[in-house]
Design a protein around this ligand. Structure first.
Ligand code: SAM
Length: 212
């Protein structure tokens, strides 16, 4: 099932199930400190940051605490309600990122642990929207779970979030790219990658990139 409406609705429902646990327990404010600190060091002071797939808003809160104005988007309306509680001064929208109408221009776009949830036929729209929303020379932080296999995997998976109550049997969409295909896609969308790192055995990678 990659029909866009079905995908959006199922992802909304699935992440709604674990939103409270996700926002409360597992993802504390201290996660990804190094990445967040590096990201803000690349942006002009008091600039605008967009947090795509913001979850419970812990990263949005960090950017706000560093003096940035923050907008967050998440497909799960429950996640968005937790993000709003966490950061009442932020602007948050619920919906599939590719569908939410936005015309702002951002100095930086932060998108952590979301891209592997984007179906192949929505990836171009996702990245071209990020490109359009960034100011000239704007900075993108993008992380994704990848696969080593040459064949890309595309599936609805259960058992993804056993650490969250109810998270064992919710279907979560995953499209895992190889590192080469991930980098090529960014290049195709006119991003210049200037820093990368892998997260050990977990199969995750992250890039810092600039809009060309
Ligand atoms: C693993 S969580 C990461 C949340 C947050 N970025 C973090 O690092 O804590 C993935 C998030 O992406 C959101 N998401 C998945 N697909 C999305 C889409 N197409 N548009 C907007 N948000 C999406 C989910 O609802 C979920 O909150």
């Amino acid at each position: 099932m990659t029909n866009k409406t079905d995908y959006s609705e199922q992802m909304r429902k699935s992440y709604n199930v674990i939103a409270k646990s996700y926002a409360d327990k597992s993802y504390k404010d201290s996660f990804y400190e190094e990445q967040k600190a590096h990201f803000v060091s690349l942006l002009k002071e008091k600039g605008k940051v967009l947090d795509v797939g913001c979850g419970g808003g812990q990263d949005s809160l960090y950017f706000y605490s560093k003096g940035f104005s923050v907008m967050g988007i998440d497909i799960s309306d429950e996640m968005v309600s937790y993000a709003k509680k966490k950061l009442p001064a932020g602007t948050f929208y619920a919906g599939n990122f590719v569908d939410v109408p936005l015309n702002d221009a951002f100095d930086g776009i932060w998108c952590n642990r979301v891209f592997h949830h984007i179906p192949l036929d929505q990836q171009d729209a996702f990245l071209s929207k990020i490109h359009r929303l960034l100011k000239e020379n704007g900075v993108l932080y993008l992380s994704a779970e990848l696969t080593d296999e040459q064949q890309d995997v595309d599936l609805w998976k259960t058992g993804v979030f056993p650490e969250h109550e109810g998270g064992d049997d919710i279907p979560i969409f995953k499209k895992l790219l190889t590192k080469d295909s991930f980098y090529s896609l960014l290049k195709k969308h006119r991003f210049e990658i200037f820093k990368t790192a892998d997260w050990g055995k977990s199969g995750f990678t992250e890039v810092f990139a600039r809009k060309l």
